[in-house]
Design a binder for this molecule. Structure first.
Ligand code: FES
Length: 97
């Protein structure tokens, strides 16, 4: 099984992910109390990230949390992002409302 390194640039930490896992799964293994841990269902928005580099696929995300426009700019929900290479991301968290 392939493993990828995910660099969270604004926290200066690397997490390991196996293929088929989403980013929040790797974060939870690294630190179960990390604030990115949320519903893991693509709805709450606590795992909002900005993707800086790397290959990945996504599953359906709440458009309230990540609009089409934001997705084009690299924003995504970590629990809906499945890496296919090493990646660099920024942890953003909940939108200000
Ligand atoms: S953990 Fe709730 S949207 Fe990702």
């Amino acid at each position: 099984m392939k493993a990828y390194k995910i660099y969270i640039i604004n926290e200066n930490i690397y997490i390991d992910l196996f293929s088929g896992e989403h980013i929040v799964q790797g974060v939870a293994r690294f630190n179960s109390k990390h604030s990115m841990n949320g519903c893991c269902g693509g709805g709450c928005g606590i795992c909002r990230i900005k993707i800086l580099s790397g290959d990945y696929t996504t599953k359906k995300m709440s458009r309230k949390q990540v609009t089409d426009e934001e997705e084009k700019e690299g924003y995504a929900l970590g629990c809906r992002v499945f890496p296919e290479s090493d990646m660099s991301i920024e942890y953003v968290g909940l939108k200000n409302s």
